[in-house]
Design a protein. Structure first.
Length: 358
């Protein structure tokens, strides 16, 4: 029921702007405002903004902050102020607990952005694993609201608020002042377009949202966000990856740096890389009329070979989907997707569907 769901600080502003609110992992968030297609177009051609205040923020602080991050993450991080990197955190068996982005604040402090659905689980896991490290793990999610501004015109528009915003490099973080308050700005993205994420107090992020509306930055919902990220080949936590899948199976082997001295899951992942994987997360486009959905089965002839974890309709690429299928299937090879008891032809496509311009 709605009264049991959490609301972000932008809830009222989103409703006032026409947002149709839905339950997303226990949060009331807008699925759309004007329409998914209009919001998709805005991000691909101009500027859009998403309320992502449900995301979590966790800080590692202390003499062992860097060593602890290296230990719990598959990727290799650098001690360079502001620099960030995308990584997976995995179990000892290599299963994906979550995907994170971590930024270096200083040699003894790292700032992590984690998924909302796994934030409390991540935090408890970090606390458990930190016992042998001189590091303090703090969940600061309640301190931040967060707006993601995406699209080719976003940085031009935001120069009015921060004249140096274009100097922020991809996957870096900086502190800035907006509306008389400190904010954190990161330049990562989940749409395939350029843009930034701005984190700050509820008050300042509400002011930013109102400012964005005044400057023709279109408010966008979860529907457009899901379409944009699938076009761009990005995983959705809980759907495309979970503890039953490893980074290699999720087509993210590049985030695993086996050259690191030690990290959780290294032994299992090294063994899997040596042996190879039988199934990988792969992209498909339907070649016959129809719209596939998450959970649809994948066939070759009469043999069931896999299943979809994400699927949607793209105005540019039509019926696109992704799921787990044999690694041996070649690009362009034909499969069938079962939709409501009917098998529809599809072919494997090399992801991302949308070749980003950043």
């Amino acid at each position: 029921m709605e009264h049991n769901l959490q609301k972000t600080a932008l809830y009222d502003a989103c409703v006032k702007a026409g947002g149709k609110m839905v339950d997303f992992h226990g949060w009331l968030l807008p699925v759309q405002f004007e329409s998914i297609i209009a919001e998709h177009k805005a991000v691909r051609t101009n500027a859009g903004m998403f309320d992502v205040s449900h995301m979590g923020q966790i800080i590692f602080k202390g003499p062992d902050a860097y060593n602890f991050l290296q230990y719990i993450a598959t990727n290799n991080f650098k001690v360079e102020t502001g620099r960030g990197a995308y990584s997976h955190i995995v179990t000892e068996q290599g299963g994906i607990i979550d995907d994170i982005i971590a930024f270096c604040i200083s040699e003894q402090e790292f700032f992590l952005v984690v998924n909302s659905a796994t934030c409390q689980k991540d935090y408890a896991w970090f606390k458990e694993k930190s016992k042998n490290f001189n590091v303090e793990v703090t969940n600061v999610s309640d301190n931040y609201s967060m707006l993601a501004l995406q699209g080719p015109k976003v940085l031009d528009i935001l120069e009015e608020l921060d004249k140096d915003i274009k100097n922020l490099k991809r996957f870096y973080l900086k502190k800035a002042n907006m509306f008389g308050a400190e904010v954190l700005i990161t330049r990562t993205g989940y749409t395939g377009e350029d843009g930034v994420e701005i984190m700050g107090s509820a008050e300042v992020i509400n002011k930013l949202f109102a400012w964005g509306l005044e400057h023709n930055i279109k408010p966008c919902g979860l529907g457009a966000r899901d379409l944009l990220r699938l076009e761009s080949g990005y995983l959705l936590s809980g759907s495309d990856m979970d503890e039953s899948k490893t980074p290699y199976e999720a087509s993210c082997g590049w985030v695993v740096k086996l050259s690191k001295e030690n990290f959780i899951g290294k032994v299992a992942l090294a063994k899997q890389k040596e042996q190879g994987v039988s199934q990988v997360w792969s992209g498909f486009i339907l070649t016959q009329p129809g719209i596939a959905r998450e959970g649809c089965k994948i066939y070759q002839g009469e043999k069931e070979i896999g299943y979809l974890t994400s699927a949607t309709f793209s105005p540019a690429y039509k019926a696109i989907c992704a799921g787990y299928a044999p690694a041996a299937i070649a690009e362009g090879e034909e499969v069938q997707i079962e939709v409501r008891g009917r098998k529809i032809n599809a072919k494997k496509i090399k992801m991302p569907f949308y070749k980003d311009k950043i």
